[in-house]
Design a protein around this ligand. Sequence first.
Ligand SMILES: [Zn+2]
Length: 144
Amino acid sequence: MPLSKLPIPNPNNFKFEVKQSPIEGQGLFAASIIPARRKLGELTGELITLREARKRTRGAADHIFIVEFGDNWALDSTRSDNYFKFMNHSCTPNAFMRLSRGRVEFYALRRILPGEELTCDYGETHHDGKLECRCRSAGCRKYL
Ligand SMILES: [Zn+2]
């Protein structure tokens, strides 16, 4: 199966929508009510070594979707159709990303209503705190 056609895990069958975001580029939005703490789904892509991830990040022009694990592996979803890669960063997010054994899972931090943009805290990024954050939340740390 080509990478772009991998099934997208969405165990609770929540509805999502990808559209223009006020934060940055395309964003992921809830299209159904999501109760607090429920699993939204998982990111899919290509499992690569951290070394390969760093190489791809260096050569990347614009949009790259790589999540690094602490154990020498990373998940590159750049060429995947998975809509979770469109989740933007917010310093006051409504979802969080859980990394475990090569998997990137997303959960709701609170009840989310249809039309709300889904966000998570990216933590450390390859921008090393030099990219200005545009999340506009009250608790914004200003840089990513
Ligand atoms: Zn922010």
